[in-house]
Ligand binder design. Structure first.
Ligand SMILES: [Zn+2]
Ligand SMILES: [Zn+2]
Length: 345
């Protein structure tokens, strides 16, 4: 992921270029000249790579160590390209220092930013302003925060699963609850399961992006797309990536089993799965993160760089929350009385 500085320099005036989400091109900060980063073979970015557990990862997937910034607070290692240089970690707002980072893995593809900084900030403010039971002045505090653009590392995984399962379910009928058991076999084909490729990609960041992912939007990795943004390099081996996300995959398999059994009160699921055909991509996805603090606590708001979907953390105003809960209770009581009244007729 070594940014080739010459590639970020304007051919017309020698000025520094950054990637403009608005123009979807590399734009010169000095003269405004634009450079399209697209190539006729961009569709190759959709390629997936086979993972064979018994075979070592190809040498050309490993890229040498390089100078990155490491966060003193969360340990996140971030690369700043072009005019993005920041003294703060985009993940947690902690101070960063320049370090000689570890060797990383080649990023195969990315989805470039489509939402620019100003729009992301407006979306974050709108999100904060529309929360219920917000403390007074929250929107003003958020308005003072800055958004940091980050390319966060993700995996996509495909796999074919042959699952054998055993489970219990509740049998309807009669007054006594009767438990019955079942077993079976099923095939699941996972396609483009999107999984975080770093412990710093928290659920807040992940959920902001997950819904928007479409592999057809992927572009081959080029340093120009990173110009003006921070990025985290890939450090997990494929096996580490699979292990780190095994709980999520387990949950998906259990949901498939429940759906297949299609009974009420399914519980005590046990299963064995035979996994084959693992394919993967190491990709980067764009997110804007706004940090703010309120009442001495740090919060963040994540805005998808793809379509602006916004998720965040926020404080609650105790008094307003109490009023809000009271209003909901009143509604529920009124509804209950209405139903009661209807039932009485
Ligand atoms: Zn220029
Ligand atoms: Zn940090």
């Amino acid at each position: 992921m070594q940014a080739d500085q010459s590639a970020l320099q304007c051919n017309a005036c020698g000025g520094l270029c950054y990637f403009s989400p608005e123009r979807s091109a590399l734009e010169c900060l000095s003269c405004g000249e634009c450079y399209d980063l697209g190539q006729p073979d961009d569709y190759l970015a959709r390629d997936e790579f086979a993972h064979r557990p018994d075979v070592a990862e190809p040498e050309d997937n490993i890229t040498p160590a390089q100078r990155t910034h490491q966060c003193q607070n969360c340990g996140g290692e971030v690369l700043f390209t072009g005019p993005a240089l920041s003294a703060h970690c985009p993940y947690c707002n902690g101070p960063v220092v320049l370090v000689s980072g570890d060797a990383g893995y080649r990023t195969m593809a990315l989805i470039p930013f489509r939402v620019d900084a100003a729009f992301a900030k407006r979306l974050a403010q709108k999100w904060a302003a529309s929360r219920v039971a917000c403390p007074a002045g929250l929107a003003d505090v958020v308005a003072q925060g800055d958004v940091a653009g980050l390319y966060a590392p993700f995996w996509t995984f495909d796999s074919d699963e042959v699952v054998q399962y055993w489970a219990n379910f509740v049998k309807p009928g009669g007054k006594a609850i009767r438990i019955s058991s079942t077993k079976g076999q099923m095939k699941i084909a996972f396609d483009d399961m999107l999984m975080p490729a770093s412990p710093h990609v928290t659920p807040l960041i992940r959920d902001g992006i997950l819904h928007d992912f479409d592999p057809r939007d992927l572009k081959p990795y080029r340093a120009g797309y990173l110009a003006g943004f921070a990025a985290e390099r890939h450090h997990q081996t494929v096996a580490e990536g699979i292990a780190a996300n095994s709980a999520d995959k387990d949950l998906l398999i259990r949901n498939h089993i429940k759906y297949k059994i299609d009974r009420t009160g399914v519980h005590g699921i046990r299963y064995l799965t035979d996994t084959s055909g693992i394919h993967y991509r190491r990709i980067l996805l764009p997110v804007w993160i706004l940090h703010y603090s309120y009442g001495g606590h740090a919060y963040k708001i994540a805005v998808s760089g793809i379509d602006g979907r916004t998720f965040g953390e926020r404080p609650f105003a105790r008094r307003r929350l109490a009023l809000y809960s009271a209003a909901i209770s009143a509604c529920v009581i009124a509804l209950g009385m209405a139903i009661g009244a209807a039932a009485a007729f």
